[in-house]
Design a protein around this ligand. Structure first.
Ligand SMILES: *Cc1c(COP(=O)(O)O)cnc(C)c1O
Length: 492
């Protein structure tokens, strides 16, 4: 199967590329993102045949449906990394918390956020491809907290890959920062930026468009790649866990074959939701995908009103920082799938030039055939955290945004699965504040200890150990000093 760019193509440029090319060079030549030429179908027999399979084997069977140019041995090595998860027999536990509500826990990997689900195997595949063609790639990442640790972890000691990760000093939780600055592998570099996440991201964009920077990379025989969710190599692995959750419900006799379910996703860059959409299109019986936003409500506005408007919006810092996003990249892939390349280009051009685009009434109807959405405030999230903690189930501030969608958006009496994207330990100060219904915000270590005592639950050992680790990456710089730091690193 080949891949095509969402905004179409012109003559003289490769029209379609194989998977390997799409993931090594994820920026399509004419702007836009790579998508598969078509989505393979899973037949009813696929679900029954794969019902008892372990996560790794299911992942391989799904990858095979895409007929990508990655050999089976490489796929096997890649998915074997799931063995690092808490329980190798149950990579993504599905927990029943209400009679018709389940939580798909996607955070049992090394960095305690769902980003590991895709980045772990993806990291292996990318490094393997780079090695095969004898090229060295640099991955530049700007992080608001979860992408950074998961990217560093995915590429630690991986051959032919260098990673530089920029984080806003003071803009991440202590746990997230420590997960980055304590990494000792030689192919990783972590740099703190004076400023917020926007500053880190715009510094990165500036760098990516700098000619002299590219020349310096070329001189050192290094090419640029990307590991964020614009890379289809991540999306393909995000289809798997949605299908797995359905199979788990089947295996537990919670649903019958063919019975439809709702999938509820806390959304930022829309990678997770896109995985669910693709699974639905491939034939998984999903009634609708319910999108949860926080106060940065661009996605819920689009799905309710048909307008994506960032003209008067300023990024709001919320309790669910991984969803604090105004330009949500992966919705573009849905637009392409629904309305084609020409219309997608029109809409994305409108967004880039005017800061807004509008769907027609008919288009909105088509979008709402698969999606419904609602946004949830920090106060609402904290109330959910408190209520469920008291009932004995601990969920993080991102996952908490999903409950309003569960309560308000279901049109039919069907079972729902919430995607839980992070472990509470990454956001302990907010968790404690929510639990105690207070305004006081403690630091991470105090909050971790107090929260765990209060509810008598363990602090995940790898998280606790972070506080005693040696700090390797001490640089905190102005944005102008990023380039020399990076050049120094790649030349060392
Ligand atoms: C990245 C992230 C999200 C948002 O996921 P998208 O795929 O970007 O929509 C939600 N929650 C957590 C904890 C995350 O790390």
């Amino acid at each position: 199967m080949n891949f095509i760019p969402t905004r179409g193509y012109e003559e003289n440029f490769a029209k379609t590329v194989p998977f390997s090319e799409a993931i090594l060079n994820p920026g399509a030549d004419f702007g836009g993102l790579y998508v598969p030429e078509f989505l393979p179908k899973i037949e009813d027999s696929f679900l029954s045949k794969n019902r008892e399979l372990c996560y790794e084997d299911l992942a391989i069977n799904i990858l095979k449906l895409f007929e990508i140019d990655i050999d089976e041995a490489t796929m096997k090595e890649a998915v074997s990394l799931y063995k690092k998860f808490d329980n190798p027999k149950e990579i993504t536990p599905v927990v029943k918390i209400e009679k018709d509500l389940f939580v798909n826990e996607l955070y049992h990997g090394p960095t305690r956020a769902f980003k590991d689900m895709a980045l772990q195997p993806f990291g292996y595949i990318l490094s393997n491809l780079a090695k095969k063609i004898g090229k060295k790639y640099l991955i530049l990442a700007a992080t608001s907290g979860d992408t950074g640790p998961a990217t560093l972890e995915a590429f630690a000691n991986k051959e032919n890959i260098l990673v530089v990760c920029l984080y806003p000093k003071g803009g991440t939780s202590d746990v997230q920062r420590l997960q980055m600055v304590t990494k000792s592998e030689k192919n990783l570099k972590v740099i703190g930026i004076k400023g917020n996440f926007d500053d880190a991201q715009s510094a990165l964009k500036q760098l990516l468009s700098s000619k002299s920077f590219k020349e310096s990379l070329e001189k050192n025989h290094i090419s640029l790649s990307a590991a964020n969710s614009v890379n289809f190599g991540r999306i393909i692995f995000q289809i798997v866990y949605h299908i797995k959750s359905y199979l788990t419900l089947l295996a537990k006799n919670e649903i019958k074959e063919g019975e439809k379910i709702y999938i509820i996703v806390p959304s930022g860059n829309f990678g997770n939701a896109l995985g669910a959409y693709y699974a639905k299109k491939m034939g998984l019986p999903i009634e609708k995908i319910l999108i949860a936003s926080n106060s940065n409500n661009v996605l819920s506005e689009l799905i309710n009103d048909g307008i994506y408007d960032i003209r008067d919006k300023k990024l709001i810092l919320t309790d669910s920082p991984a969803m604090d996003i105004l330009k949500s990249s992966n919705i573009e892939r849905v637009l392409f799938d629904k309305f084609g390349a020409k219309r997608t280009k029109e809409l994305m051009d409108d967004l880039n030039q005017e800061g807004v685009y509008s769907l027609t009434k008919e288009e909105l109807k088509i979008l709402r055939y698969d999606f419904a959405a609602i946004d949830s405030s920090d106060d609402e999230g904290q109330k959910i955290i408190r209520e469920y903690a008291k009932k004995g189930y601990v969920l993080d501030p991102h996952t908490a945004t999903c409950f309003k969608a569960y309560e308000r958006l279901k049109e039919k009496d069907l079972k729902s699965v919430i995607c839980s994207t992070a472990e509470w330990t990454k956001f302990a100060p907010t968790m404690l504040k929510a639990l105690k219904n207070s305004d006081e915000k403690k630091n991470d270590l105090q909050a971790l200890e107090e929260f765990s005592k209060e509810l008598d639950i363990e602090i995940t050992p790898s998280v606790k150990a972070l506080f005693d680790k040696e700090i390797i990456h001490k640089d905190v710089v102005d944005r102008n000093d990023i380039k020399p730091k990076i050049l120094q690193f790649i030349q060392s």
